[in-house]
Every structure is written in structure tokens, then in C-alpha cells.
Design a protein around this ligand. Structure first.
Ligand SMILES: [Cu+2]
Length: 314
């Protein structure tokens, strides 16, 4: 009798849990539009004939929760000259179906479930893929876990950084494939985007207050180069491989980010003084050509930055 009662309680508890989960899982409508437009690729306004999602490099940050259903639409307007596609690294589907190229004037829809928490690249995979990525068709999808934990605490601030390679000759596909002729590193679409130290035209930097936990969601959208990500004058307190709460490593000076990899990295600055960090790709050919981001840790840090829709600064 006692056993029966215990079983019943267990089943009731499980049912409540399942019901709670069902309430939490949402269907999220996401539409991206392929846009072949000129964008600025540095702080002084140099234009580049880009291909983009929604008109910017990178495309919009998509943020969902583990278990959510993404109801996705890709629009390729008739005014474009090229076929484009979407490849979500967060989706487990069919490369020949969901990820197939979409011709100008056509639209494609599909659904997928964001089953695994993490930070993922998305990009265009239409041929020649190297060119579609190099010209700017990439972005980030963050799949938040259902809840935070001691192992994966809620950060005080979060920033998205996406690194890409800049090939001035937008037509030379073969050079992109063979890694010839790249002239700069783009951080969220611009060289030295957040580095007022090396570029007097830079007006933005990342900010936090001393002692805050700052989580950097980083994606390597380079064509051929890994990224040696190091926070100068700091140490990564934790690195979450693929941005997953299950994959934590501690105390890393430099973390090597593979091409297409997403990763979340926490830095906690000293509490008792204002400091600055320079988050660099320690690969000098990249750092000296744009891959430096300044993080300023000061008591008067703007409270709106690194939160809500200000995790990717434009
Ligand atoms: Cu494309």
C-alpha cells in the first residue's frame, strides 16, 4: 500500500514537471532576409559590397531557450542576384532539404527544435560557401539553458563578438578558399570596432563594473583561421565549450577557437580597482589588423550595456 502511494506521488510529480516543461517550450518565429548591400567595414566608413542577413555583418542575434521550436523563414528577394541559404549549427535536420539554396524571388520555411543549449554559428551555405561567408552572411544563435546553476551562473553582463576575415576583393572566390589576400579582421563587422586605443575613430568599447562577471559569447566566422582568444591583463575564469553549461573548463589564459566554433568565456575583473582588458586574437596577423576589443571595467559603466538587446553593440 505504501509503495503504491509512493508510486502515485512519483507519477504525479513527473506529470507536473512535464506540464511545466510544456508550458516553458515556446514556438519562436524567426525570419531572415538575404540582403546584398554595401556596409561599412571600419570605423571611418569604408564601404564593402557585402552579402548579409538583414543588412548587417553579423546578422541579428537570435536568442531562444533550450527546447524551443524555431519556425524559420528565409526570404531571398527578387532584387538579389544570387541564391542564398541558411545553415544553423543549432539545428539537427537534413543538409539537402532545410539547408538547400533558395533562388532570388523565393522563400523557404522550416522548423527545428533547439534541443541543446549553447552558442552556435549560423551562415549561408550556398555555393561558393567561402565567398558567401567572407562577404558577411553569418551570425549567432544563442540557445539558453532552461535554468542557471552554480556551474553556469547568470552573468552580470554578456557580449556577443563574432570574428570574420576581410577580403577586399569580394569577387575572388579562389583567393578566399586558399586564404590569399585577406586584409583585416572584422569584429562584429568592423576592424578595431571596439578599440579606441588603436583606432581614434572607434567610438565603442565593452564596459563592466569592477568585479562583475562578464560573459563573452564568441563565434569564429573566419574562412580559414583559428582564433587564439586571450583577454590581455586577465584570465578566463571559465570557458564553456560550445557555450554549453555541461562543458566547463577553468582558468584559461588563451582558448583556441576553431573555424565555425561558438564558445562562451567568463571574465571577472578585480573588485577593488578600475581596470581594462584587451580581448585579442593573439595571432598577430589578426590582432594587428583589427581583432582587438577593449573591455573597460569602471564604477560608472553604463548599466544598459551588456544586457537585453545591447549584447551586440553596433
Ligand atoms: Cu548567401
Amino acid at each position: 500500500m505504501k509503495d503504491r502511494k509512493r508510486n502515485w506521488l512519483w507519477i504525479a510529480g513527473l506529470t507536473a514537471l512535464v506540464a511545466a516543461g510544456a508550458v516553458q517550450a515556446k514556438t519562436v518565429e524567426v525570419t531572415l532576409t538575404a540582403k546584398e548591400v554595401d556596409v561599412e567595414i571600419d570605423n571611418k566608413g569604408t564601404k564593402y559590397a557585402a552579402w548579409t542577413f538583414d543588412g548587417t555583418i553579423p546578422g541579428p542575434v537570435i536568442r531562444v531557450k533550450e527546447g524551443d521550436v524555431i519556425n524559420f523563414t528565409l526570404v531571398n528577394p527578387a532584387s538579389n542576384k544570387n541564391s542564398h541559404s541558411i545553415d544553423f549549427h543549432a539545428a539537427e535536420v537534413d543538409v539537402l532539404d532545410e539547408f538547400a539554396p533558395v533562388k532570388p524571388g523565393e522563400t523557404k520555411k522550416f522548423k527545428f527544435v533547439a534541443k541543446r543549449a549553447g552558442v552556435y554559428m549560423y551562415h549561408c551555405g550556398a555555393p561558393t560557401m567561402a565567398q558567401h561567408i567572407a562577404r558577411g552572411m553569418y551570425g549567432v544563435i544563442i540557445v539558453d539553458p532552461k535554468k542557471y546553476s552554480r556551474k553556469f551562473p547568470k552573468p552580470d553582463r554578456e557580449y556577443v563578438l563574432v570574428q570574420g576575415q576581410y577580403f577586399p576583393n569580394a569577387e575572388d572566390k579562389q583567393a578566399m578558399i586558399e586564404n590569399r589576400g585577406w586584409a583585416g579582421s572584422l569584429i562584429n563587422g568592423k576592424m578595431f570596432h571596439y578599440d579606441p586605443v588603436h583606432d581614434p575613430n572607434a567610438s565603442l568599447a565593452l564596459v563592466s563594473k569592477p568585479g562583475e562577471r562578464v560573459r563573452i559569447h564568441f563565434v569564429n566566422a573566419n574562412i580559414n583561421m583559428p582564433v587564439a582568444l586571450h583577454p590581455i591583463a586577465g584570465i578566463w575564469d571559465r570557458v564553456y565549450l560550445n557555450g554549453s553549461p555541461r562543458n566547463v573548463i577553468y582558468d584559461m589564459a588563451t582558448y583556441n577557437v576553431a573555424v565555425s566554433e561558438g564558445v562562451s568565456l567568463d571574465i571577472v575583473s578585480p573588485k577593488d580597482r578600475p581596470t581594462n582588458n584587451a580581448i585579442v586574437d593573439h595571432t598577430m596577423s589578426a590582432a594587428m589588423r583589427g581583432a582587438i576589443t577593449v573591455l573597460m571595467n569602471t564604477p560608472d559603466a553604463d548599466p544598459s550595456l551588456g544586457r537585453g538587446d545591447k549584447i551586440l553593440l553596433r
